[in-house]
Design a binder for this molecule. Structure first.
Ligand SMILES: [Zn+2]
Length: 362
């Protein structure tokens, strides 16, 4: 199975020059061989194979020495991409390959892994012909690196996308089943009685984001200072989304490895019970992302995620005796059942009900 990881990279001036040069050379190779293939076909109805192109490229590099200054894999991959575009045109009758323009919105090249030419340490990536490039490592890269695509977006940011091969080993079957209640204060509350809060660094980052937003609203429109804050704000947004994703990955991996079946309430149903608008919107995005990650990881590892799509009063029902506490309002965090006398933590009780409801439906 292949996994992709994308990181923002922060190349220095010299590295930027080298990256841009590689974009240029890759594009040159692509266009040069597209032109050559068209002409050869027009002249003698022959198709130039990838292998042929590759040997012509070796000769071309003797003539045009500047091609030797960039990553050789990038040039090879240009030829492969061109070949793939041709294959696609023949097989799927899609459009004929187009020449690449310098003014394209997204510039990129792809390099391959071989003999430790690509390495990752704390906050730097080693890339062929570039050396160590600073990057924002938001999560661990798992598996064997196959290739890395270096790209630049229209606003001038640089990225490295890793394509890795991971071996997925099905987990041995477990007897554990768990119900999860998703919350705002605590992100996940489980029927085992565990409460998992958003990590501290994420909360801190979100506080910083709020401060930046406030600061932006006070700056004069069009001023230099406002622009500075705007950039900081964009960076902070990016940091938070990386941190959140990392948190969701770690949590989902843990839950999937520990449980055979995970029961969740349908989010649409869940939303009817919430009232804090802003918090809800933030949580909402994380909840659906979380559910999505849980579901695909369950498939990978032979686990199950089951969604309870019918509404039932998971918070109001006593998980011991089934009594329905109509007096329970949103602000009450703990309550005692009038009927059986059991003390309940509001959210844990809900999670236990989700598990019980799930088991009933199974
Ligand atoms: Zn009770």
């Amino acid at each position: 199975m292949q996994k992709a990881y994308k990181f923002r990279i922060y190349p220095n001036k010299k590295q930027i020059q080298q990256i841009n040069k590689t974009f240029g050379c890759s594009r040159f190779v692509y266009n040069y061989f597209l032109d050559k293939r068209i002409k050869i076909y027009e002249e003698n109805k022959e198709t130039l194979s990838y292998g042929k192109c590759s040997s012509i490229l070796t000769i071309l590099k003797q003539e045009k020495e500047w091609l030797k200054e960039v990553d050789k894999f990038a040039l090879q991959n240009s030829l492969k991409d061109l070949d793939r575009a041709y294959q696609k045109f023949f097989k799927e009758k899609t459009g004929f390959p187009k020449f690449k323009s310098k003014h394209n919105n997204r510039q990129s090249y792809r390099t391959n892994y071989t003999n430790n030419n690509i390495e990752i340490n704390e906050n730097k990536i080693k890339l062929p012909k570039l050396g160590w490039v600073k990057f924002a490592k938001s999560r661990e890269v798992e598996g064997k690196i196959l290739n890395v695509t270096i790209s630049k977006n229209p606003s001038g940011k640089y990225f490295a996308s890793f394509c890795c091969e991971v071996e997925i080993v099905q987990l041995p079957t477990s007897d554990n089943k768990i119900g999860l209640d998703l919350g705002i204060k605590d992100f996940v509350i489980s029927s085992n009685g565990d409460k998992i809060d958003n990590p501290k660094h994420l909360i801190k980052s979100e506080q910083k984001l709020k401060n930046l937003q406030r600061s932006l609203s006070r700056k004069k429109k069009g001023s230099k200072n406002r622009n500075k804050v705007r950039i900081k704000l964009a960076k902070q947004h990016e940091k938070i989304s990386n941190q959140r994703l990392d948190f969701l990955h770690k949590l989902s991996t843990k839950l999937i490895s520990e449980n055979q079946v995970i029961y969740l309430e349908d989010l649409k149903v869940k939303n009817m019970q919430q009232n804090e608008r802003l918090a809800k919107n933030i949580a909402d995005a994380s909840w659906s992302k979380f559910r999505n990650i849980l579901e695909y990881k369950a498939k990978w590892y032979g686990r199950e995620v089951k969604i309870l799509d019918r509404w039932f009063p998971s918070s109001k029902t006593c998980s011991c005796c089934g009594f329905k506490n109509e007096k329970l309002t949103l602000d009450i965090r703990e309550w005692t059942c009038e009927n059986c006398g059991e003390n309940h933590d509001r959210d844990i009780n809900a999670a236990v009900n989700i598990l019980q409801q799930g088991l009933k439906l199974a």
